[in-house]
Ligand binder design. Sequence first.
Ligand code: SAM
Length: 232
Amino acid sequence: MGTIYAVGVGPGDPELLTRKAERILRHVDVVLAPVSNPTEASVALGTIREFIDESRQEIIVHQFPMTSDRARLIPAWQEAAALIAGHAEAGRSVAFITIGDPLFYSTFIYLLRLLREQWPQLPIEIIPGISSINAAASVAALPLVEADEKMVVIPATAGIEQIKAALSTYETVVLLKVKPLFAAIIELLRTTGREQRTVFVERVGSSRQKVLTNFNEIAAHSPDYLSLMIIK
Ligand SMILES: C[S@@+](CC[C@H](N)C(=O)[O-])C[C@H]1O[C@@H](n2cnc3c(N)ncnc32)[C@H](O)[C@@H]1O
């Protein structure tokens, strides 16, 4: 039986991979990389490609629909879980790679549940990765929390009311998935006087990394999916 590894590859910089992740990626038989848009390259795969030897390791790019519609997501998760389990049952080790950390807003969480339920005999090992939040705080040299402070992480898709409530409760608010609600978030930050306390980070760890602290520049920017905001 092969081992299934969930490998966190960090935010996009190959140097931000752990040594353990690199060791496992160099020796597994199969690497499964998720993509949401078939026309776009897998960020996770781009991060680790230099560690893979395609003459002896197989790379599978698996598409997951970019939707919150569970009726479309569940079959894709099931298909990926069966694919991984099939390789592991045949004695091949498999690494499912994920940007950031595998247990932090990652597709792997759903796969883990299915694998545990349907293939409980298969060994699974999870290798943590540097999450986008830690990488973003580092490039901005922005302390996330200190002493008794509290921090909350909100996928902005949760809605503007949740973000508003969080801003009045926590010393640090981190917003993920900011793209769909960007205009409303900007408006909220303006009306609550957070202009000087907001940092925007896009594609941290990649050659397209952008770190914005000037609120007018943030407001004028059109963010892509891989962007977040840290609000103090
Ligand atoms: C589904 S979550 C994945 C989080 C990931 N597992 C992690 O540990 O960072 C996707 C969101 O994470 C944030 N994110 C992931 N990678 C990023 C990066 N390189 N730069 C900025 N934000 C990123 C964005 O807010 C994006 O919408």
